[in-house]
Design a protein around this ligand. Sequence first.
Ligand code: CMC
Length: 432
Amino acid sequence: MSNNTVTLNFSDGREPIELPVLDSSMGNPVIDIRMLAAHGIYTLDAGFTSTASCESGITFIDGDEGLLSHRGYDIEDLAYKSDFIEVCYLLLYGELPTAAQKHAFESSIRHHSMVHDQVVNVFRGFRRDAHPMALMIGVTGAMSAFYPDAHDVFDPAVRDLAAHRLLAKVPTVAAWAHKYNLGEPFMYPQHRLGYAANFLYMMQATPCENYEVNPVLARALERIFILHADHEQNASTSTVRLAGSTGATPFACIAAGMASLWGPLHGGANEAVLKMLEEIGDVSKIPEIIERAKDKTNPFRLMGFGHRIYKNFDPRAKVIRETAHEVLNELDMNDDPLFKVALELERIALEDEYFIEKKLYPNVDFYSGIVFRALGIPSSMFTPLFALARTAGWVAQWSEMLSSPGHKIGRPRQRYIGEKMREYVPLEKRTG
Ligand code: CMC
């Protein structure tokens, strides 16, 4: 630990304040400003561009180098050598499991994969055409009523059980949201199948015919789950942490995370990418769309491009791009017109001065939609799939926060720019 400090000097003659500078195990040092409140000073950082909201040992990103790692393991190693269950364990417990630990963990997740039978009634309260994210948020939040034993969140065993339940049940809820939209019967989890294969089964099988999971496609989906499992303190994870900091039940906190993920600037982008590619339709229309994205008077953005942190490349996009090739090959869909549009759009944007100067590269969402679509997954389910995978990171971050010594409720300050104190005017005397 270095003894670096930084001194805050004021031009109004106030006493300077010395602040400690804390080293990080990887990445930038941080200025510890916690003592500023005692001096009656707050910092302003809307959008959190320069503010660390917590200390965490789970995920590290170096946006300039295009590096993403979980617990010290590179995302590419995990994507190609590991599986989703192992990554969930790693995020939650800090180490890769031994064979025995993995077996026990996997058995527990399988054991908890069914939802309470009454959850079916919760689904039935929704309109048939409800967006599956609305269903997921509602049903996941409602599960807090089915597990009142999860309320004692400061007990590690309670947290552990809740984490297992969420990892196990969210895929069932996601698959059932899709089935509900279709008006098809809900399919129960199959313990013989792996995590991604079981999800494909619950989403795509019907009771009328045999359904064989294609192992290449299940593996591709598993890889996409790994790539989406955690991503440091993004909007939805920060939402889960903030909601969880109050001691709220984990099912409600994860539902809050899902709500935050839904927006098109976050997890909703994969759905928006596919809509955009469909609108473009043909490579000849690409120059026009690029010009629209660059036009400052037009709010349109090239969906699937740019990232708050990655200013070199998104390492997840690299793996998904390869996965897209593998899946389209397996399904004999190499001539897929949308894939062609995506490849060409990427090529043109990467050569365009605007995108180069602003360091806008394809992000994880740019190719995931292409893979999902090839897997027969409708675009309304893209964000639910992101939510399913990100549940791993959410429960790990939530659990880490609650087990941290000196845990505090999250309560940001503000810079007030409203009216000064004034007198209340009775209704009959108000004018204008
Ligand atoms: N197309 C065109 N221009 C863009 C784009 C884009 N996709 N992204 C950023 N810019 C421009 C933006 O207009 C701004 O220009 P200027 O400096 O002239 O005002 C500049 O680049 C910086 O953009 P910003 O909005 O200040 O950057 P940010 O870090 O706040 O936003 C982002 C990051 C991901 C929200 C943004 O790049 C974006 O809206 N991308 C499209 C949506 C998307 O693909 N989201 C998925 C993110 S990855 C998955 C996830 O983490 O959820």
